[in-house]
Ligand binder design. Structure first.
Ligand SMILES: *[C@@H]1O[C@H](CO)[C@@H](O)[C@H](O)[C@H]1NC(C)=O
Ligand SMILES: *[C@@H]1O[C@H](CO)[C@@H](O)[C@H](O)[C@H]1NC(C)=O
Ligand SMILES: *[C@@H]1O[C@H](CO)[C@@H](O)[C@H](O)[C@H]1NC(C)=O
Ligand SMILES: *[C@@H]1O[C@H](CO)[C@@H](O)[C@H](O)[C@H]1NC(C)=O
Length: 774
């Protein structure tokens, strides 16, 4: 999204100048913040609107949209191509602001949403990277559902829109990316499950109707974005060079799943170019894939303002009219920004694009608003009409924010007997570090005003007596105040060091160049650990990972937790985990690399696969084989879980037709799209045993290492399932594996294939060989 960060809550002020001027003088009163929702077809107050087909709720969406479009002039239609959409008063259509955000709670970023005294805040969930670490698909959906309830409640009092440009499902392929925090991590399957789950939570209508939307979500930024500003290369000029193979097995899957499984109402194209073409001007990506192959039911929107960017910054076209025409012809329906508003009329008049293409675009936008009930008259009597300020920041919603943080927090190191701490044995706890007493840091970016904050220091102080020292004046930590920190650590029964970064180090428009803890943080940590009397728990708050090998290898540091940006209740959740009120169950959704990795790998190299010729090591757990600090899926528990295989086939055969060339000559793989391949599935049953004496949740990962043909990944995730297992008990977990969908890989030309031969399935340390043959 754009660099327009609008963090000051705004109040819309309506002034009436002429007619109420005298009234104004006699009783000086500002008419503050419109407190009713914006909607069209107010038949109650304007019965003549009832004659219009587009206001007729007995009709299907398509004929209503067609009725509306045929009533509009070209100029009026163009007013509906931009985020701040125009009004048409003769048809009873008010202005509508399309741009609202709800990445992890209703946000004030984007002009469509505001907080004021009526709704001062909304539930602020953990930043997405931490929620993803929960590996709990039902949690993704549960959060989406709460967010859409709060969004509807705010819409009803005129404070929010109905169209939300969330989630961000770009692959977190490089640890330096400032926006990695917004994403569900590096794995295409996890990102796909997150996308479809969160979108369902946001969109699914309470009446179960598939055509109705609670709010409209948007999967962004399509595609191959993943770079903001690194060593002078910025997203407005970046040309992502992506192979067909990486495109189809890494960058496309989250968007595909978002559209097909999540039924998302919108996709946003990104600023960058993909193989020399701006994403928002690429008909193959937009019309061809998103609308054609995946059959998006909704609208395609540009990032703010991608069309302007590809004209003015990338100089992709000679004239602005050409840029407008190219965007519309590529399949763009809505322009965040004003470019299409300014240049489309001239583009049509100049013959660069037909009016029918504009009709198509606005029809997609109108259809989305119809599905949201925007053209159904006063929403107070409709399905969400009863929602209001009382439904925002409810105790249940805030409890889910705390629960989400607990479920995501990852325990990376725990020497025997270190965690959990006992709240009765600990008489004093030293709490140290630049992120120990933070509020806003916990909610990351694309945030809203939260209901309230519980800082880590408050969370811990609620359980035991604490002493506190920030250790550094900010996360940059130019000069650490080591002596005071050492003093309190030496005197306390245990020490919790809460370090990491914030938006001053990783943010939109700000990629990192190094992945060490900033400034003197490592010195502070090492010195405090040395001076501590008791256990030392290092808590790292961040979106991206770090090279913290110094702490991993320091015996004085007995435990390490990564807490992402844990949201408004982050401090309570951290305390819950440290003191054993919640048994940690989060797993890393991305690889933590050593500093040498980023010293060697240019962020601009999009290749996922290693290149032995140049020494390029590849990216993510699927392809990178070098040294890591922590790897994808890492995460400990206070108990011990064991896996036992109950049922899995030793071989599966893919029926291929007689005369298929693979009968006569030896094939390494067969097409995964052929008829015979459909619905070819098998079950894997596992027992998960909790061998310890503490109950807890555990994520079972099913990985597969396919035969090494077509540069296949060394291993890839086929499925994951989080289960709760009581102490000393066990649970049964079942995976249904679709051979052609789940076991397949993408070849060099972007075609899905099933490799023939031995696929090694892994669950924890368990391995099982599966022979795939014809
Ligand atoms: C609305 O559409 C229905 C179904 O076509 C039709 O029967 C009805 O007369 C329409 N209402 C108005 C006011 O035109
Ligand atoms: C924690 O931060 C808040 C707000 O910045 C400040 O008022 C409070 O004094 C700090 N707590 C301590 C113990 O320093
Ligand atoms: C679990 O077992 C350990 C070691 O036997 C013991 O110290 C601890 O108190 C037990 N915890 C619970 C919750 O029973
Ligand atoms: C997944 O999240 C949901 C919603 O918070 C929760 O009820 C459930 O217990 C979680 N599952 C596991 C296995 O922890």
């Amino acid at each position: 999204m754009a660099s327009v960060i609008n963090s000051a809550p705004k109040v819309t002020v309506f002034l009436c100048f002429l007619s109420c001027f005298s009234h104004f003088l006699s009783s000086p009163k500002w008419v503050l913040a419109q407190s009713s929702p914006v909607f069209a077809c107010d038949v109650e107050n304007n019965p003549t609107l009832g004659q219009f087909g587009f206001c007729n709720t007995s009709l299907e969406t398509a004929p209503r949209v067609a009725d509306l479009v045929k009533r509009l002039t070209l100029e009026e239609k163009i007013g509906f191509l931009v985020n701040s959409a125009a009004s048409v008063s003769r048809l009873g259509i008010p202005k509508y602001e399309w741009w609202s955000e709800a990445l992890h709670g209703v946000s004030y970023v984007g002009p469509g949403t505001h907080f004021n005294s009526i709704v001062p805040g909304a539930t602020s969930f953990p930043q997405v990277i931490l929620t993803a670490a929960s590996f709990n698909a039902s949690l993704f959906e549960a959060i989406g559902k709460v967010v859409s309830t709060e969004a509807r409640a705010m819409y009803n009092v005129g404070l929010a829109g109905l169209t939300y440009w969330s989630p961000n499902v770009n692959i977190f392929r490089d640890p330096r990316w400032g926006r990695g925090q917004e994403t569900p991590g590096e794995d295409p399957l996890l990102s796909s499950k997150y996308a479809s789950g969160y979108v369902r939570g946001l969109q699914q209508s309470d009446d179960g109707s598939p055509d109705r939307l609670k709010v409209a979500a948007c999967c962004k930024h399509y595609t191959a974005y993943d770079l903001d500003n690194w060593k002078g290369v910025d997203r407005f000029h970046f040309n992502a060079v992506v192979t067909k193979q990486d495109m189809d097995d890494t960058f496309q899957p989250p968007f595909k799943s978002c559209v097909i499984d999540g039924n998302v109402a919108s996709v946003m194209c990104s600023y960058n170019q993909v193989n020399g073409k701006p994403a928002c001007a690429d008909p193959d990506l937009l019309s061809g894939i998103v609308r054609g192959e995946w059959k998006l039911n909704g609208y395609i929107v540009s990032d703010c303002d991608s069309v302007d960017v590809f004209y003015n910054s990338q100089h992709y076209t000679k004239t602005p009219e050409e840029a407008a025409a190219k965007a519309i012809l590529a399949g763009l329906d809505l322009n965040c920004g004003s470019f299409l508003g300014q240049h489309t009329e001239a583009a049509v008049k100049g013959g660069l694009v037909d009016e029918s293409a504009v009709d198509k675009a606005v029809s997609n936008n109108f259809a989305t608003l119809m599905r949201l009930g925007f053209f159904d008259g006063n929403p107070s009597k409709a399905i969400y009409g009863k929602l209001g300020p009382k439904d925002v920041c409810t105790s249940e919603h805030q409890e889910l924010a705390r629960e989400a943080a607990r479920q995501g927090i990852v325990l990376l190191k725990n020497s025997k007997g270190s965690l959990p701490l006992s709240p009765t044995a600990i008489k004093t706890l030293a709490v140290i570090g630049p992120n120990a007493n933070v509020t806003k840091t916990m909610i990351g970016n694309y945030e809203g005003t939260p209901c309230k904050y519980t800082t880590p220091l408050q969370g811990l102080t609620a359980l035991v007596a604490t002493t506190y020292s920030s250790g550094c004046s900010n996360v940059a930590c130019g000069t650490a105040q080591i002596d005071e920190a050492k003093k309190i650590a030496a005197a306390a029964d245990a020490t919790v060091l809460i370090v990491g970064i914030d938006q001053s180090i990783e943010a939109e428009g700000r990629d990192r160049v190094n992945i060490q803890l900033p400034g003197q943080q490592p010195l502070l940590i090492t010195e405090v650990a040395k001076a501590s009397k008791g256990n030392v728990i290092l808590v790292v708050m961040s979106g991206g990972g770090f090279d913290i090998s110094f702490a991993k290898n320091d015996d004085k540091i007995t435990s390490i937790l990564w807490v992402g940006y844990p949201g408004e209740a982050g401090g309570a959740a951290i305390a819950d985990v440290i003191f054993g009120f919640y048994n940690p169950s989060g797993r890393l959704p991305m690889t933590w690399y050593p500093q040498s990795y980023v010293d060697k790998v240019p962020m601009t190299n999009m290749n996922m696969r290693p290149d032995p010729a140049s020494g390029y090591p590849g990216r993510t757990y699927r392809f990178y084989t070098g040294e890591t600090i922590y790897t994808f899926g890492d995460g400990l528990s206070y108990t011990q879980f064991n896996h036992h295989l109950v049922q899995a086939p030793k071989s599966v055969s893919i029926p291929i037709e007689e005369g298929h060339s693979c009968h006569s000559s030896k094939c390494k793989s067969v097409d995964a799209v052929q008829e015979s391949c459909q619905n070819l599935a098998f079950d894997i049953h596992l027992r998960v045993n909790n061998a310890g004496n503490i109950s807890g949740s555990h994520t079972v990962f099913l990985f597969s290492s396919p035969p090494s043909v077509h540069n296949s990944p060394q291993k890839h995730l086929l499925g994951f399932e989080k289960v709760f297992v009581t102490a000393k008990a066990e649970a049964l977990v079942r995976f249904k594996v679709d051979v052609c969908k789940d076991l397949s890989i993408v070849d060099e030309l972007g075609t899905r294939k099933v490799a023939l031969g031995l696929h090694v399935l892994h669950v924890g340390s368990l391995k099982h060989s599966l022979n795939v043959r014809i």
